[in-house]
Design a protein. Structure first.
Length: 424
């Protein structure tokens, strides 16, 4: 086999398995041996970006950097410099020297500049993804989430527990792929809870909304969605959060736009992991209107579990109020009284209540010219103005619980409404 045929064959194999770092290092070594060190550098750079401590990659990078250019004479040792990283850290020196070719170590999960492009099945290069698909590391933990004990227990059984105990997971054959849909009134902490799950498991967190996906050109929306899922797979274990999933996965029978139907079909395919393995990608979706989500999304293997996220209970309201008042000047606040008066308030409503009370105290201070503390009378005024925003949602949810609870999908909602005597 000729050298060109060998490289072509290896490149084709690498395009089919772009995340295989061992294969990528092998391709880079062959390129260096054939005198094509410049072509090998991007491959080694990608391996080092994913695995900075890879000794084989570091050695191969040294070979590629010191290899003579085609047609050039012997290359002597590089000239000493007075500035830059210490001589005992060659990896940092390489990164600085090749900053235009090899990017610094990163956490976004996106391929570095210079990495071989991933082609689709037709061999065409994908267009740049709308929405950068940023991957972040969350510092929030479940302990930072007030209340929601039932939700935390469900998350522990579904993903967190199996992740912490790989031996037990292997014994029971529990997969790390899966999905869960959080639903409930707006402002009750669904997004915050998703970040807490990512922080609890030490995983990356990636939020995906409709603006990251939709594109005016036919086919680009589906391509964007695929690339965003690919980013999550490259960063596994990763929590992929689908905010307002009803916008992307609304009932196809009620969708009049053919483009939105195809986006919904693409979302189903990505959740199934047809073209790639979703192992280690835990999909959390959030919606205020689960009854508008396509039933196919809730099929087993996709978003097969639904968890009701309710307004905070008394203990959670106490914690949220204390958090909002922690850095504000307060005096004489009757916290139990405020907690009792805010039974149907969401977390966002409680934050708004504290903001309103602070506004009253600040306005009084500006009028009098004397700074004063936020007092209980400010909260009494605020409670007369701020109303819970969850009422309209429960009015709609009540009708769904009464007339659209096919298969018991909303049994937890029915139980809550009956406990609150909102449903007979």
């Amino acid at each position: 086999m000729s050298d060109d045929a060998l490289i072509t064959s290896l490149t084709a194999a690498l395009e089919a398995r772009p995340d295989d770092l061992t294969l990528r290092l092998h391709v880079a070594g062959v390129l260096v041996d054939l005198g094509r060190a410049a072509d090998a550098v991007p491959h080694v750079g990608l391996v080092l970006a994913r695995d900075p401590g890879n000794q084989a990659a570091q050695g191969l990078m040294r070979r590629a950097l010191t290899a003579p250019a085609p047609g050039a004479g012997p290359v002597g040792p590089p000239a000493a410099t007075t500035a830059g990283p210490a001589p005992d850290d060659p990896l940092m020196a390489y990164e600085q020297e090749l900053s235009d070719v090899v990017p610094p170590r990163y956490v976004t999960g996106e391929p570095p500049p210079g990495a071989p492009p991933v082609r689709n099945r037709a061999g065409d290069l994908p267009e740049p993804v709308r929405g950068d698909g940023d991957v972040e590391s969350s510092k929030v933990r479940l302990a930072d989430v007030g209340g929601m004990d039932a939700v935390k227990e469900r998350l522990e059984l579904s993903f967190l527990g199996p992740l912490r105990d790989p031996e037990l997971r292997k014994l029971y054959g529990k997969s790390l792929r899966g999905g869960l849909m959080l639903y409930g009134p707006p402002g009750c902490g669904k997004t915050f809870l998703a970040r807490a799950v990512a922080g609890e498991m030490g995983a990356r967190f990636m939020s995906l909304s409709i603006v990251d996906v939709l594109d005016m050109w036919i086919g680009n929306s589906e391509r964007n969605l695929h690339e965003l899922f690919q980013t999550a797979r490259r960063n596994a274990p990763c929590v992929l959060f689908l905010d307002e999933v009803d916008a992307l996965g609304q009932k196809r029978s009620q969708t009049h736009s053919s483009s939105m139907r195809t986006v919904g079909n693409q979302l189903l395919a990505e959740l199934d992991g047809i073209d790639a393995d979703n192992e280690g990608v835990f999909v959390l979706a959030a919606t205020n209107t689960p009854w508008q989500v396509d039933p196919a999304l809730r099929r087993p293997g996709r978003l097969d579990r639904m968890v009701l996220v309710l307004p905070p209970d008394a203990a959670a309201r106490d914690a949220i109020l204390r958090l909002n008042l922690r850095d504000r000047p307060i005096a004489g606040i009757d916290l139990p009284r405020i907690v009792a008066a805010t039974e149907d308030f969401s977390g966002a409503d409680l934050t708004h209540l504290c903001e309103t009370a602070a506004e009253y105290a600040m306005a009084d201070s500006m009028r009098s010219g004397k700074v004063r503390m936020i007092g209980q009378h400010d909260f009494d005024r605020a409670l007369g103005e701020v109303r819970p925003s969850t009422g309209p949602w429960f009015a709609t949810a009540r009708n769904v619980a009464m007339f659209s609870n096919e298969g018991g999908a909303y049994d937890d909602l029915v139980a809550y409404l009956k406990a609150r005597k909102l449903l007979r």
